[in-house]
Write a protein that binds this ligand. Structure first.
Ligand code: SF4
Ligand code: SF4
Length: 83
């Protein structure tokens, strides 16, 4: 359910013309470090650092590939406090 809310939130931001800021992406502790998100990203915006994805570019294409491709739905968008 949370995953669907995140996708809807991202769609809304893209549709409204808001910047596709990768700073809103976050991988939760359920991440298993598979690297699929990094391999899927057409913008090369994700790198695996210490076994966890890091969004290393400020902008991306908002293709939703990482959100949809994560096998454990670990990626959230815009729903976390900055560390
Ligand atoms: S939404 Fe698409 S372009 Fe943006 S970080 Fe995820 S996979 Fe990469
Ligand atoms: S696809 Fe999901 S589980 Fe795999 S590294 Fe990315 S966030 Fe972690």
């Amino acid at each position: 359910m949370q995953h669907q809310k995140d996708v809807a939130h991202l769609f809304k931001r893209v549709k409204s013309g808001h910047v596709k800021a990768t700073k809103h992406f976050y991988a939760s502790d359920t991440c298993i470090g598979c690297g699929i998100c990094a391999r899927l990203c057409p913008a090369n915006a994700i790198e695996m650092l210490d076994g966890r994805p890091a969004w290393v570019k400020d902008r991306c294409y908002a293709c939703l590939g990482c959100l949809r491709g994560c096998p454990v739905e670990a990626i959230t968008y815009g729903m976390h406090e900055a560390d």
